[in-house]
Design a protein around this ligand. Structure first.
Ligand code: COA
Length: 258
């Protein structure tokens, strides 16, 4: 499938999705959100793909937010719908993919851009990156999961301050508060992300997807994460990967997962 606003490249089992509207600092318009949904759906269905890196094109931005020009004249109903469709088709969708998604934040990650990075399973940033949720400066609140995922990652007090001030934090600050796991130079960002993806791809794809479900369960309303862990742990015993992993260990060889 060919896209207008994103690029999808695959190399063996690794995919890279690049949001490609650099003149608009990769702002998420409706079409881009739709294309991202299609791309992630296709990659999730592709059994060969074992990890995905998500980044932005150009040197300036990962994503500078939802496209403000598209919603400036929206009504209450349209605003609610915008948020709901975003949650369902992209932000919650990415968080719940069984294929690991790493955000490689290469510049501004603001508003919907930071919310997209926070939907990924973890984040790496280049040292020029700036992150924030500036929505209240526009008279609105984060509507793509930011009010929920930012406190999960950085704690309630820090999240409240970031949301209320609408300010940006540096990559170093983001690492200190747990919003990103690593900070690299701009040149090193993608090789660094690939290096981590390679480590992930050596492990059992089935077990990784079970781990994602169990970790995410802890944040789901009315769901007991410990019970989900028990179920997912048990299910692993019925997989070929479990037989291969344990047999390889006992025979002192490296596992070869299918
Ligand atoms: N939506 C729509 N267009 C956006 C955008 C967004 N979120 N962010 C940037 N752009 C566009 C600008 O309008 C500009 O387009 P133009 O050249 O046609 O005028 C282009 O991207 C470049 O942005 P510009 O503001 O000129 O770059 P800058 O380096 O001076 O500033 C930012 C960079 C990120 C500080 C600034 O673009 C900004 O504040 N963007 C909005 C961030 C935001 O509030 N996001 C949350 C949205 S809910």
């Amino acid at each position: 499938m060919s896209f207008t606003n994103i690029k999808v490249q695959t190399k063996d089992s690794l995919a890279q999705v690049t949001i490609n509207r650099p003149k608009k600092l990769n702002a998420l318009n409706k079409e881009t959100i739709k294309e991202l949904n299609i791309a992630f759906e296709e990659l999730e269905e592709d059994e060969k793909i074992r990890a995905i890196i998500l980044t932005g094109s150009g040197e300036k931005a990962f994503v500078a937010g939802a496209d403000i020009s598209e919603f400036a004249d929206f009504s209450v109903e349209e605003g609610t719908r915008l948020s709901k469709i975003g949650h369902d088709t992209l932000f919650d969708y990415v968080e719940n993919l069984s294929t690991p998604v790493i955000a490689a934040i290469n510049g501004f990650a603001l508003g919907g851009g930071l919310e997209l990075a926070m939907s990924c399973h973890f984040r790496i940033a280049s040292d020029n990156a700036r992150m924030g949720l500036p929505e209240v400066s526009l008279g609105v609140i984060p509507g793509y999961g930011g009010t929920q995922r930012l406190p999960q990652l950085v704690g309630k007090g820090k999240a409240m301050e970031m949301i209320m001030t609408a300010g940006m934090i540096t990559a170093a600050d983001a690492k200190e508060c747990g919003l990103v796991n690593h900070v690299t130079t701009q040149d090193e960002l993608l090789p660094f992300a690939e290096n981590i993806a390679n480590k992930i791809m050596k492990n059992s794809k089935l077990a990784i997807s079970a781990a994602i479900r169990a970790v995410n369960a802890s944040y789901e309303d009315g769901v007991n994460g410990f019970s989900i862990e028990i179920e997912e742990f048990g299910e692993c015993f019925g997989t070929e990967d479990f037989i291969e992993g344990t047999t390889a260990f006992i025979n002192k060889r490296k596992p070869k997962f299918k």
